[in-house]
Design a protein around this ligand. Structure first.
Ligand SMILES: Nc1ncnc2c1ncn2[C@@H]1O[C@H](COP(=O)(O)OP(=O)(O)OP(=O)(O)O)[C@@H](O)[C@H]1O
Ligand SMILES: [Mg+2]
Length: 201
């Protein structure tokens, strides 16, 4: 689905991603785990080149329609229904402005907007940032059901390794723009270096 070899990204004279190679198989959930300034966002932006922003003063329904502007009305209606099936909270707030949603609901709207675009690859940059542990679990559950219901290939960049690793088919750990560990989510969960760096064990 996607393969990157020897990627280097520079900002002026600073190196943010250093000789990074990775692969994402179709239908898989792949993770990029790294602490602050590891290079996650730089990598995700390089992979996507496209940024879909929510409009705080538009409602949930309006944001979904904006995301689907290149799709037919029927397609937008179908994926909007799918989005409301996946995220019952959003159904309640369909006419509420995005700025009045909770952090978790905004993340769900962001995932919903990405689904309306009908991507082959869904890139999520720190979907758990700023959420309580309970809300993090809800977003993780939502990502799992997106995968089950759509089969879309997903790449998640996260510093919260613990809730994310169990759902990864494959993960890459990066530090200072470089790969330090790779393996299945399960292998990484068992890895002593991951445990000490991310689980505080
Ligand atoms: N626009 C920019 N100009 C110059 N340097 C940048 C820019 N954006 C990021 N960097 C630098 O590149 C490195 C990687 O940053 P990046 O935002 O990719 O990290 P990150 O893993 O997403 O971190 P965080 O978890 O804090 O979001 C950091 O050292 C950062 O200071
Ligand atoms: Mg980032």
């Amino acid at each position: 689905m996607l393969e990157v070899k020897g990627l280097m990204v520079f900002y002026e004279n600073a190196l943010a991603v250093n000789d990074l190679s990775l692969k994402v198989q179709a239908g898989q959930v792949m993770g990029v785990i790294g602490s602050n300034s590891a290079g996650k966002t730089t990598l995700m932006n390089t992979l996507s080149g496209l940024i879909l922003d929510q409009r705080p003063d538009s409602t949930v329904l309006e944001n979904l329609a904006i995301a689907g502007h290149l799709r037919s009305r029927v397609e937008v209606a179908q994926t909007t229904e799918l989005c409301f099936d996946l995220f019952p909270n959003l159904t309640r707030w369909r006419s509420r402005k995005a700025r009045f949603l909770s952090g978790g609901e905004q993340q769900m709207l962001a995932i919903g907007m990405a689904l309306v675009v009908r991507p082959r690859l869904l890139l999520l940059d720190e979907p758990l940032l700023g959420l309580s542990p309970a809300m993090q679990e809800k977003v993780v559950e939502a990502i799992r059901s997106v995968r089950e219901k759509t089969g879309v290939t997903i790449v998640i960049a996260e510093q919260f390794a613990r809730p994310i690793l169990p759902m990864l088919d494959f993960g890459y750990v990066i530090e200072n723009g470089m790969l330090t560990l790779t393996g299945s989510g399960r292998d990484l969960m068992e890895n002593p270096e991951v445990k000490s760096a991310y689980f505080g064990l």
